[in-house]
Design a protein around this ligand. Sequence first.
Ligand SMILES: [Zn+2]
Ligand SMILES: [Zn+2]
Length: 328
Amino acid sequence: MIEQIRENLYRIEIPLPQNPLKALNSYFIRGTDRNILIDTGFNRDECRAAMDQAIKTLDISLENTDLFITHIHSDHSGLAGYLTRPGNKIYTGLYTKQGLCGSSNMANYFEDLIKQSGLIEMGVTTDIMIHPGYRYRSVPVSNLIAVQDDTMIRVRDFALQCINTTGHAPDHICLYDAKHKILFSGDHILGGITPNNTIWGVPWTIQVDYLGEYFKSLDIIDALDVELTLPGHRGILSDCHGRIKELKIHHDNRLDSILDILGTRSMTGAEVASEMEWDIDIKSWQQFPWAQKLFAAGEALSHLTHLVFKGIVDKCLKNGIVYYQKTL
Ligand SMILES: [Zn+2]
Ligand SMILES: [Zn+2]
C-alpha cells in the first residue's frame, strides 16, 4: 500500500509476515536530482516484492536514491543491500554502520545474553539463526555514512535534521523537518504499540542505561515543534507530545509493576518477564514463541537495569546467571 502524505512524500507499507509488528513504514521523498528512502523492510521475499511494486508504481530510479536507516533492526535495515546502488549513500548512525558493513553484530554477545538472563532455564536456546533480526538482516554494504547529531540531509525543500535518539537502539536517529514540522520517528515513537526497549549487551557488564537514555531522548523530541509524526510502524500520529506522555507513563507503570513482582525475591530477568503482563494473544508464558520470550526478557532487563542504575535494585552473578533484588 502506498499513501501520499505531502507533495513528493510517500509512505510505503511493507508487510512483515508472521511478525506482531505486522508492517513497516518506509518513506520516500522524491528530490529534484536525488531521492531519499527512509527504512526498508526485512531481507525476505515478501518485503522485496512489496518494495519492488512500490518502486514500479512510484517510478523510482534507484540509481538516484540514497537510503536513510533509522536503526539496525532488520525490519528497518534488511533491504539496504538490495536497494543501494554503487556510488549511492546510505546514511545511518555509527552502531548501524558497523553492523551493516559486517564489522560487528549482536551475534557477539547473544549467547551470553541468553545465559545470563536465565532464559536457558526457561527452555530458550542460544540458536541465533532463528532470530528474525539475524535471519532477515541485510547483506553487508560498504557505502555507509555515519551521521552525527544535527547532520542535515537536504532533499528538495525538505531539510532533514538528524536527531540522536538513543534508547530503542544504541544509535537510533530520528529525522526532523522544522519547516514542515514533520518528524520521521523510526521506532522511537510509535502509536498503538509501545517501542520495545532492551539492553544492547549482557546483563552483568552492561554499561548503558538504555531505558534512561530513552527517557532523555523522549524529552529531546518533546522540545520540538512537531505537527506530523511518521513512525516506523502503524499509523501516522498527529499528537506527538501526547504520545510521549503516554509512553513515559507506560514505562513508569512497568517499573512499578516490576518492583511489585520482585517483592522480597531475588529473580532473573527471564523470571521477571514471565510474570509481567504482555499485550499478546497467548496467555501463558510457556506458550510464548522463542522470539517473544527473548523480546520480553529484553524488556524486563532494560527496566531492571534502569532500576540498578537508579540504585533501587541490586544485581548479583551466580553460576553465570544474573539475579536482581530490591536494595535493602
Ligand atoms: Zn526497532
Ligand atoms: Zn521496527
